[in-house]
Write a protein that binds this ligand. Structure first.
Ligand code: UDP
Length: 239
């Protein structure tokens, strides 16, 4: 099965991917590797919008657990996504890949403020659009931000790059009997609590009929392979 039927893709990468083998922060060599994956996806014919998490730097829940007000802690997490987006924009530019970062929180001296119309314009101009600052709101995650932007930017699919090669019935690292799915429905993800994304993100993708393609981003060259249908992935779709 080829995924080339998808013209416009929202690629979600968790912040942790950008740590590489470091325990924390941004490993620029890894950002470079992911940027190469993005460039390859574009070369294969896709329009690419990116949402990058912030968990390599700060997570709101961790800050709240240590006594920071949840709203402030989430704003710190949101700022972490902005740092990752700046790193990715810079690294893509250094490779000659046109990219525009659009932030859900206005910071006009840093980058353009997000709007769906601007995002679609840049995608149509052949630029990678990096949607920074998640939804711009506390109590949300970048997974939900990714599903929201995928709907707003009229993406044909949401590609979720993770550290495993698809959706399993249990954690394959700890449960040897875990079953891997090639295909699964949104309903099964929610009822079996498979937790590949927040339930809010899954519900948003389901309600807007945007398939979610789950694959390993740790394997070099895999994003373009998943796009052309030769890579390993799980597709989450309606019945
Ligand atoms: N965050 C938020 N609203 C959003 C997106 C992110 O408040 O719309 C905050 C939240 O504190 C979260 C942090 O930013 O913990 C980092 O995002 P996320 O955990 O989604 O990153 P990932 O796990 O993908 O690296």
């Amino acid at each position: 099965m080829s995924n080339n039927k998808y013209k416009r893709i929202l690629l979600k990468i968790s912040g942790e991917v950008l740590m590489g083998s470091q325990p924390y922060g941004i490993d620029l060599a890894t950002v470079g590797r992911v940027a190469d994956e993005v460039a390859a996806l574009q070369k294969a014919g896709a329009q690419v919008a990116l949402v990058i998490g912030g968990g390599n730097i700060f997570r709101g829940l961790a800050g709240a657990a240590k006594g920071i007000d949840r709203v402030s802690a989430d704003h710190m997490g949101i700022m972490a996504t902005v740092m990752n987006a700046l790193a990715m924009e810079g690294v893509l530019a250094s490779r000659g890949v046109g990219a525009r970062m659009l932030s859900a929180i206005a910071m006009p001296t840093v980058c353009e403020t997000y709007s769906a119309a601007k995002g679609i314009y840049h995608l149509e101009q052949g630029r990678v659009v990096i949607c920074a600052a998640g939804t711009g709101l506390p109590f949300f995650t970048t997974d939900t931000g990714a599903a929201l932007r995928a709907a707003e930017l009229k993406c044909d699919a949401l590609f979720k790059g993770t550290s495993v090669d698809g959706v399993y019935s249990a954690d394959p690292k700890t449960d040897k009997s875990a079953k891997r799915y090639d295909k699964v429905t949104f309903g099964e993800i929610l009822t079996k609590d498979l937790r590949i994304m927040d339930p809010a993100a899954i519900a948003l993708a389901r309600d807007n009929n945007i398939p979610v393609v789950v694959f390993s981003i740790r394997e070099p060259g895999n994003v373009a392979k998943v796009f052309d249908g030769t890579g390993l992935y799980t597709i989450v779709e309606k019945e």
